[in-house]
Write a protein of this length. Sequence first.
Length: 252
Amino acid sequence: MNELRAVVFDTDGVLLATADRHAAAWKETFDGCLLEWQQSRAGARPRPFDAVREYRDLVDGKARLDGVRAFLAARQVDLPPGSPEDPPGCASVHAVAARKEEVFSAMLRTDGVRTFEDVQPALEELRRKAIRCAAVSASRHARSLLESAALVGYFDALVDGQDAAALTLPGKPDPALFLEAAGRLGVPPAHTAVVEDALAGVEAGHRGGFRFVVGIDREDDPHMRDALAAHGADLVLPDLGRLPDALEGECP
C-alpha cells in the first residue's frame, strides 16, 4: 500500500515558462517603489531588487502579499498593510502587491505564455501509468494560462490563487495548497509526489509529509540544486524529461 498514485505539480517554472516574467515583474515593481520610498528619506540610492537571489529567496512560489512582506522585512521597510481595495502603488503592502499584478498582467498580454517542451511528454507518460495529476499555483492566472497552453486537460485537479483566496489557504511554505490538491485527487500525501522549482514549494512538500519531493532546477545551477535539497527535495532534476523514470520505483 506504499505505491505512488498521484503527482502534484507546481505551475510557474515547472509547467509554464513564466518564472522569468514573475521575476521581471517583481523587479519592475520593487525598483520603482524603492526609488519612491527613497525620495521620502535621506540616504544613498537604494540597491535594486536582485531578480535572481532575492527573487529566489524571498518571493518565488509565494502568494503576492507574502512576497511583498518578505521583501519589505529583508529591506527593513515599514509599510501599512492597507486593504484589497488599494490601487496599484507603493503606499501599502496591498498596493505593492496590486502593482506587481498590474505589471505581470501587462507582460502576459504582450508576450503570451510559453510551455516547456518536456512537459507534455512527461504528463502523457504519467497518464499512461495511470498516475493522477494535479497542478497548483499561488497565482490567480494559473487556470487561464494552463488552458491557453492546452495543458489543463492533463490534470484531474487544479488549485490556484483564486481557490486559495476563497478557501483562505495559507501560502507556501505552508503545505496547504498541495494538501488541498491531493485531497481533490482523493489520494493521501503518503501516496503522492510533489514537483517544485521554488525553495518555498519544496519546503511545503516536505512539511506536508508527501511521499516524494522532486526539485526542478532548469538552470542546472549547483547552488540551486544544493538549496533545493537543503529545503527538502528528495531528488533534483534539470527538467521533467526524466521524471517518469525517476518515479518508476515509487509507482505500482
